[in-house]
Design a protein. Structure first.
Length: 339
């Protein structure tokens, strides 16, 4: 394999770990998931969450005036070592000369991060960035590179995955890093406190039919989509789904929703809600579910799940009927409880 031209994502992480910041970054390429990860890595290394209120600006090339970009980038940081200015769709910025002039003499206390898909390196400001900044090309990976990416990703998350499981996951999902990341989050939820992912885990969570798994079931119930939830349940049972495992995952899911509702009730700032609830993926979906339930309804869900779990473990009823009844009760549209 030919040696890659220019710095790699790992080079970026290594420099950030040493706090070796560049005043200007250009993250470009079709694999925007990687560009987003690189942007987050720069931001997390440069600023703590508490420092971002006064020292982080996010702008869009389709809307921003380059003079405003330069003004923000030229400002001194407030109560922090540096500022971060992120410009998405940077190739849409007009008046390229203005930004190019700044890039030739950038502020050393600012990280200006330019993000786009196809910059024109024949023109300013991108030809200037190549001379004075850190340029990372975020290219889609080849199919044969995906299993290794999965293994590195899992290791970074302090877990491990067998080579066969990584290959199977790659075969199921394909080369989209965003989709792979989503499937890994599902796997982490599925294996709980365990640290190793094997072929059986991948088959159970992703499976040949990705539409009918425990995660699609939880979202269907959470969105109060009775027909879809029943259909997913039917297909899961046909393919060997375990009712006790379904209930266990449902309990964890609604515990998270309950936490989010309680945090909202206590008027915790929106920027802190997801972190306190322990939600780091599928944020929009969790918010949509929380909008459809009251705390009283969640408490009723816990009671129903407890009853279903007890009956399943004591052979006190037909598993399909028990879970179908739970689905109907949980997804029934009711008026929100008044305070």
């Amino acid at each position: 394999m030919a040696k890659p031209q220019g710095p790699t994502y790992d080079d970026l992480l290594a420099r950030l770990a040493k706090r070796d910041f560049s005043p200007v970054y250009l993250l470009h390429g079709e694999e925007q998931f990687l560009a987003e990860e690189a942007t987050d890595a720069i931001l997390n290394a440069a600023l703590t969450p508490d420092e971002r209120g006064f020292n982080l600006d996010v702008m869009y090339g389709t809307e921003a005036d380059p003079r405003d970009v330069v003004s923000h980038a030229s400002s001194f940081p407030m109560m922090a070592e540096r500022r971060v200015v992120i410009v998405r769709e940077a190739d849409k910025l007009g008046q390229a000369e203005i930004l190019a002039n700044y890039i030739e003499h950038p502020s050393p206390s600012t990280c200006l991060v330019l993000v786009c898909i196809k910059p024109d390196f024949r023109r300013k400001p991108f030809v200037t960035v190549k001379k004075h900044g850190f340029v990372l090309e975020c290219k889609p990976l080849w199919e044969n590179q995906i299993p290794a990416w999965i293994s590195r990703r899992v290791k970074k998350d302090k877990r491990e995955i067998s080579s066969d499981a990584a290959s199977l996951l790659a075969a199921y999902v394909g080369t989209s890093l965003r989709e792979l990341s989503n499937e890994l989050e599902k796997l982490y939820i599925y294996i709980g406190d365990a640290k190793s992912i094997n072929v059986d885990h991948v088959s159970a969570v992703v499976g040949v039919s990705k539409e009918f798994n425990i995660f699609e079931l939880q979202w269907a119930i959470g969105m109060k989509e009775t027909h879809k939830a029943t259909e997913v349940l039917e297909r899961m049972l046909q393919t060997g789904g375990q009712p006790v495992m379904m209930v266990a995952v449902m309990v964890k899911f609604f515990q998270t929703v309950w936490k989010l509702l309680d945090i909202r009730r206590r008027n915790v700032p929106q920027s802190q809600q997801m972190t306190q609830a322990g939600i780091f993926a599928f944020i929009d979906k969790y918010n949509q579910v929380a909008d459809r339930f009251t705390i009283r309804e969640i408490e009723d869900v816990f009671l129903s799940l407890s009853q279903v779990d007890e009956m399943l473990k004591t052979s006190g009823g037909d598993p399909k009927l028990l879970i179908q009844t739970f689905i109907v009760n949980a997804t029934r549209h009711r008026e929100p409880a008044h305070a």
